[in-house]
Design a protein around this ligand. Structure first.
Ligand SMILES: [Zn+2]
Length: 394
């Protein structure tokens, strides 16, 4: 049985035991038939629990436990337990049953409605969750509940890709309070800006992207999109400036910036400027993609031997599988027929190893793949996926 469930069941058992004890203390008359049944149910439930039969234990506890002001928290916890077990429909029944009780205070009612919204979200009943959460985020009297309702609403709008609605709920309070929401809000603005770019509204896109950077100065995607806007209007100097700013925001993203940076410098016919920039980046972040791009410039200017010498020198300091693979490409050009066979064989091996390697990884959950996702497909965190560095990566 999972630890969490065992713990929750034990808590439920303790709560029932405590409640039964209190109930008995308050009585001056002899035990009633009802109290006897409750005690019996309690021990039957406990017995199920000790025998690791959680389903039967839960059923017995739910039946044994009357809904009153002392036991509402336990009922809420039991409903949550069902949801955690993947039985959100049963959780809905328990939480709806609670909501119908007149004994609930406004605070308790708010708590039950939040849990019910979580049940609906779990079941994919987004419209029902949305209605409940919208009314809670307008009317809740308790600040903690208000924030919980807003967070769930933001989560729901994100799933529906309703970026503006998510921003309306999260700004300004949640964004100020929470780093993850701040990072996410900047990405929602980037999503909206991408929509503007598709519908040919660059001015609106720029405005949103500047807003994104105001919210989260570390948002590399905002500078990435601003750079694309400059490229689209052939402002290559501004594009280069923005890509350089992006590299300063986060050195790990240099590998994805290299190609547009090279293209922009070549449009300006400024190869020296490109090489200066690459050398500068290499000093602070020894990515193999930067080494390869510089080697291509050296090959173009001084020939294969100079390029191969440069790559070997770099690999001695920062070994890299992709670097070795590229070096073999260079050696293959001038290789004798017998050497060519050996290099080709080796290249097949490195090629296979590289093919099997993911290029990007989420720092939050470890999800990896060949594509850069601004929102991790597994843990749904924004801006946590980056190029993989090290021996087998960058
Ligand atoms: Zn993740």
């Amino acid at each position: 049985m999972p630890d969490l469930m065992l713990l929750a069941l034990l808590l439920a058992a303790i709560a029932i035991g405590w409640w039964l004890g209190r109930r008995e203390q308050g009585r001056s008359e002899p035990r009633t038939h009802h109290a006897n049944r409750l005690s019996r149910d309690y021990f039957v439930g406990l017995n199920y629990l000790l025998n690791e039969q959680p389903d039967q234990a839960i059923e017995t506890f739910v039946q044994a436990l009357e809904v009153n002001s002392d036991t509402i928290d336990t009922h809420i916890a039991l409903g949550n337990l069902f949801r955690l077990r993947g039985e959100a429909d049963r959780a809905v029944k328990i939480h709806q049953n609670l909501l119908a009780r007149p004994a609930l205070t406004a605070l308790q009612s708010g708590q039950v409605q939040i849990e019910l919204s979580r049940d609906f979200l779990h079941l994919g009943l987004l419209d029902r969750a949305e209605r409940l959460l919208e009314s809670l985020s307008r009317e809740s009297i308790d600040e903690e509940q208000l924030n919980a309702a807003k967070r769930l609403l933001v989560d729901l709008y994100e799933r529906e890709r309703e970026w503006q609605k998510a921003l309306d709920v999260a700004l300004p309070q949640l964004v100020r309070q929470d780093d993850d929401t701040r990072r996410a809000a900047a990405h929602w603005l980037c999503e909206l800006a991408e929509g503007d770019m598709r519908s040919a509204s660059p001015a609106l896109a720029r405005k949103r992207l500047r807003h994104a950077l105001n919210i989260d100065a570390r948002c590399v995607r905002a500078n990435w999109l601003l750079a694309e806007l400059e490229r689209d209007t052939a402002n290559y100097k501004s594009q280069i400036r923005l890509l350089q700013r992006l590299a300063e925001q986060d050195r790990d993203f240099i590998p994805i910036v290299l190609e547009p940076l090279r293209d922009a410098y070549l449009k300006l016919e400024d190869e020296k400027g490109l090489e200066r920039c690459l050398h500068r980046w290499l000093e602070s972040a020894p990515h193999i993609s930067t080494v390869i791009m510089l080697a291509q410039r050296i090959e173009h200017r001084e020939g294969i031997d100079a390029a191969a010498a440069f790559v070997s020198e770099q690999l001695a300091v920062n070994p890299s599988l992709r670097g070795v693979d590229y070096l073999m490409n260079l050696y293959l050009v001038d290789a004798q027929p017998d050497q060519r066979q050996h290099f080709s064989l080796l290249k097949q091996h490195t090629g296979k190893l590289l093919e099997a390697r993911p290029r990007f990884r989420c720092h939050r959950c470890g999800f990896s793949g060949g594509q850069l996702h601004w929102q991790c497909p597994r843990c749904r965190s924004w801006g946590t996926t980056k190029p993989i560095t090290g021996l087998e990566g960058e």
